[in-house]
Design a protein around this ligand. Sequence first.
Ligand code: NAD
Length: 492
Amino acid sequence: MNDMKGDTSPHIPVPSGHFIGGKRVDGREELEVLRPSDGGVMGTLPDASDDLVDQAVCDAHRSWLASGWGTRAPRERARVLSRWADLIDANADSLGRLEAIGSTRPIAEARAFDVPFTAECIRFFAECADKFGGDAVPTTHHSLGLVLPEPYGVVAAIAPWNVPLSMASWKCAPALAAGNAMVLKPSELTPYSVMRLAELAIEAGLPAGVFNIVQGRGAGAGAALVRHPLVGKVSFTGSTRTGAAIMSEAAHHGTKPVTLELGGKSPQVVFDDAGDIDAVAGRVVRGFTSNAGQACVSGTRLIAQRGIAGPLIEAIIAKIDALRPGPTWREPSCFPPIINGQQARNIHAAVRQTMDEGASALCGADFFEHDSKGYYYRPTLLADVTSRSLAVREEIFGPVLTVQTFDDEEEALALADHASYGLAAAVHTLDLGRALRATRRIQAGTVWVNRFGRTWDFIIPTGGFKGSGMGKDLGRQAFEGSLRYKSVLIDF
Ligand code: NAD
């Protein structure tokens, strides 16, 4: 776990303060921000008061009106956003370093994936800007009926810590392309990389005040944003519990619409006709260990046909054994840490409780030994579980895979459906009819067949069913969700 030759240094300057009116705004630096990999102090952070949030939202609203961002030609907005994406690509190295050191994203992945993915996401929504207009609708012969999309004004975005840059682009790019101003509150655990994103937006020509960042705790700064009367819509990604609180606050303060991207408990269903076991094991392992399981779509429930369960589990364990933990700044890559001590303890407690309920651990169930203050949890397989076991019921947000077996398709699909979550699911089978039956039957916002995870096709939206949320990120649905529709009827 000591730094290796060629690793980047974790000691880098961080962009402090809030970002309001096109520049950094200092605040009383009250919160310590720790590097997840070694627990060292990365920097400090102000915790926005209600007054500061009010200042940021009012400034965003004023700038939105004064700059004409919402009324200018959509192609002009597209040009600014495209320049922003180009600047992100041009700064990939420094942004990747900031992202990796301040989060759980290994540097190789941050550079190869997170940063270019962020830029491409912004490009996709830039291209949406002039593609989806309103409708001229059929009405009487002496009238003209129109349905006209309009931006909300100020959209608030509240983001989690697991993939800070990409999350910011999912939330901000569609809203800005649709002509809104933004106030983003990143997670207080991973606040810095998005500050560079905001600076690059200004460099690209976004009018000052149209994209703002307030830093601070959720219950303070986050809740004040949701309540603010000039916030027209809230776009949230985070836990199901916080999503419920935000929905309730939004209902009581202006009945404003909310997009909620929440937690999941995604199944990975493997039939005995899935083909090469080793290849399937690779998908299953990536599905639940990527970002050390700290991904909303993490495939944390293995549901395997009885005949192949034994060899599949053996292949999975062999792949897990090859994973080596290490600080996120380690080149070329590593198995990353858990975000902080509290979350690490939560993961371990959930594993122990599931074992107390009767589960047996086939591997893991403890921390890797290491010599830093980071928390690295061993990928864990829990067998002998039922749908009542804690690790099957609840999102753990760590590298923990429960194992259930089935005899026939009906049983498999019944197990796949979760009582409270419906974010994503994967089905592994080479039988086309079976795959299609499964995609129709499983109640989840995304179903993957013979793969696990997204592609770079931003046209495919993401979002959950049931307790996993409402509304969509990505896709034209996210762009259209950033607009409200006005009906106009003109008699002539
Ligand atoms: P969290 O709900 O604790 O926090 C998310 C954000 O909400 C943070 O910025 C936090 O400061 C803020 N917040 C907390 N309480 C608030 C309140 N009362 N009012 C307003 N804002 C508040 O989630 P987390 O621990 O940061 O992230 C992990 C969770 O995010 C997991 O449940 C994961 O599944 C989910 N997630 C979902 C998706 C998706 O697309 N569905 C993607 C990534 C993460």
